[in-house]
Design a binder for this molecule. Sequence first.
Ligand SMILES: Nc1ncnc2c1ncn2[C@@H]1O[C@H](COP(=O)(O)OP(=O)(O)OP(=O)(O)O)[C@@H](O)[C@H]1O
Ligand SMILES: [Mg+2]
Length: 213
Amino acid sequence: MGEALLLRATALRKTYRTGIWPRRRAVQVLRGADVRLGAGEVVGLVGENGSGKSTLMQILVGALDSDGGSVDRRGALGYCPQAPILYERLTCDEHFELFGEAYGMDAGDVVGARQDLYDLLGFDRWADARVEALSGGTKAKLNLSLALLPDPPILLLDEPYAGFDWDTFQRFWALTRARRDAGRSLLIISHFITDEERFDRIYDLRDGVTVAR
Ligand SMILES: Nc1ncnc2c1ncn2[C@@H]1O[C@H](COP(=O)(O)OP(=O)(O)OP(=O)(O)O)[C@@H](O)[C@H]1O
Ligand SMILES: [Mg+2]
């Protein structure tokens, strides 16, 4: 892998097989997709609904096996899944504590990083609220924050701002730029073509392959 590359995926293939005979179905989602992510880059991954963006990202993360191809990665990775994975009965603070422990962070560092994220995304007032009481947008803020918590060198974000209001959307991009300027690399799945100027590069996922725009 090249010096400046943090993530390289080559010729990824994936077919989903569902159902049982005689209603067996196979959907070929990836047919040789490539992704490269360099240090200090913000790269977009766009494509229509069902084109395989989340599938591709899950393979990059290691949450899903591919049928072929390879993924090389240098450094720890933070992942923000499209559907928040949260515990209804735990508060925001408790989520940070739980994830901080799982990341092997110092308790003091968790408290500091948590406060920064509350301030940056503006959801401090929900610190003691259980997830079951949060709005969809606030859950999305927590979901994103848990990926950002340990400040990993590689961030893979699957439609992180789908539920955000305009102010939060702006805050998200300010936060993204700050991480990038600190040398972090981000791959962000997006629907909005209007975001084009916010990315250093964009991949279009079409017919199972990534096309550099
Ligand atoms: N676990 C699964 N089993 C079977 N088929 C699946 C599974 N997950 C996804 N698919 C199918 O694979 C295709 C790609 O799905 P994927 O979620 O990766 O698309 P996407 O580009 O992220 O879409 P969206 O923009 O709606 O989030 C779709 O046709 C979907 O129905
Ligand atoms: Mg998706």
